[in-house]
Design a protein around this ligand. Structure first.
Ligand SMILES: CC(C)(COP(=O)(O)OP(=O)(O)OC[C@H]1O[C@@H](n2cnc3c(N)ncnc32)[C@H](O)[C@@H]1OP(=O)(O)O)[C@@H](O)C(=O)NCCC(=O)NCCS
Length: 183
């Protein structure tokens, strides 16, 4: 059984385990509402495919994935990942999914991102964390902006979303920006 790795006020992060590759996680990524801004939702995912993905991630240290769990009831509400970690240039991609609908838009995403950024910058010594988001994903852009991410790029009309094309927005935060805000 894995134990908390990074602890916040209402949630903690722990390593994602093989036993987390279950119906709950499958339901999150296959859900048309939760997954509407996620590439993984474009095609149906099976349990075996998810297991393959999990094994691939665990093979090396370039992708680190954590379960987001509530402290009060130990409820696994989503996952968060530092992906494609580049140990030369010292940057990584951030990906997050709050999968339990009751927990969306209530600050849990913010708290999990802050825990992961502190780990990325002040433990792994990364210098920059970036992410990409659909330009019409208002909750996500608000969440990331309030944390301190800045919009650093935009690719026009790149992503197809429900009958129209929207921009791909690139956001980033550096270690010095993060530490100026939170340390
Ligand atoms: C994107 C995501 C991680 C954000 O986490 P979250 O816990 O829902 O977001 P937070 O509550 O921390 O922050 C969202 C902000 O948007 C606000 N918000 C909530 N609903 C909103 C809406 N419909 N429109 C605009 N803003 C909204 C919240 O009030 C909050 O702002 P505040 O801090 O000023 O109060 C989460 O919604 C999620 O996992 N969604 C599904 C998967 C996904 O899209 N992942 C991200 C792909 S880039």
């Amino acid at each position: 059984m894995s134990v908390p790795y990074r602890i916040g006020q209402r949630v903690y992060l722990r390593p994602l385990e093989k036993s987390d590759i279950n119906k709950r996680y499958l339901a999150w990524i296959n859900d048309s509402e939760i997954g509407k801004f996620l590439e993984v939702n474009l095609f149906p995912t099976t349990k075996n495919e998810l297991l393959d993905y999990y094994k691939q991630i665990k093979r090396n240290r370039t992708n680190l994935i954590f379960a987001i769990v509530t402290k009060d009831k130990n409820r696994h509400i989503g996952n968060i990942k530092l992906g494609d970690i580049n140990y030369i240039h010292r940057y990584a991609d951030l990906g997050i999914m709050i999968g339990e609908k009751d927990f969306l838009g209530k600050g849990y995403g913010r708290e999990a991102v802050l825990l992961l950024l502190d780990y990325a910058f002040n433990r792994l010594n990364l210098n920059k964390v970036i992410l990409a988001v659909y330009s019409n994903h208002k909750i996500a852009i608000k969440c990331y902006s309030r944390i301190g991410f800045k919009i650093e790029g935009r690719i026009k009309d790149l992503l197809y979303f429900q009958g129209k094309y929207v921009d791909k927005v690139l956001m980033g935060i550096s270690r010095s920006e993060f530490n100026k805000l939170y340390k």
